[in-house]
Write a protein that binds this ligand. Structure first.
Ligand code: FE2
Length: 162
């Protein structure tokens, strides 16, 4: 049975990343409810919100991993790319009202969120925390605030290079 509820088992102990994960679970839960009630407009809304928030979140994590020279960056990013491709592939089908596509996407999201957060993101969290202890820095000191956000042109900017 699917469960889009954030729990302690998903905690990676990085405040912003945990907040973004909670947000993704909340949006996925909304998408599941909209699909179940066949509310086409709501399905579209939740799906586009999910895609936008997921992309921003992936970019945050990728930026964070680069900033600590994380050795498993490529493996981690590959998993993000799998989710990106799946969302891109399924979005038009779900938007056109194909209920089977919506079910397949929800199944994928359920498994992917559990596996990716509980293993891959937790490993990243442990590495980042150790890096910050060893170098006595935190993310804001490394790059300057605020965290990078996607511009309207889809490019990532930060206070330092933007
Ligand atoms: Fe991740």
């Amino acid at each position: 049975m699917r469960n889009f509820e954030w729990g302690k088992q998903h905690e990676v102990f990085l405040t912003q990343i945990d907040a973004e994960h909670r947000d993704l679970f909340r949006i996925a839960d909304g998408l599941e409810k909209a699909v179940a009630s066949q509310a086409t407009a709501e399905v579209k809304d939740h799906l586009s919100t999910l895609i936008a928030h997921a992309e921003e979140h992936f970019l945050h994590e990728e930026w964070l991993m680069e900033s600590v020279k994380y050795s498993a960056y490529g493996w981690h990013k590959q998993q993000h790319n799998t989710a990106r491709k799946r969302l891109k592939l399924f979005a038009p089908l779900v938007e056109s009202g194909e209920s089977e596509a919506a079910e397949l996407l929800l199944e994928f999201l359920d498994g992917w969120l559990q596996d990716h957060i509980c293993v891959t993101d937790r490993m990243m969290g442990a590495y980042v925390r150790n890096y910050e202890r060893a170098t006595a820095t935190n993310a804001l000191e490394r790059w300057g605030e605020p965290l990078p956000v996607k511009s309207s042109r889809g490019r990532t900017t930060t206070a330092r290079n933007g």
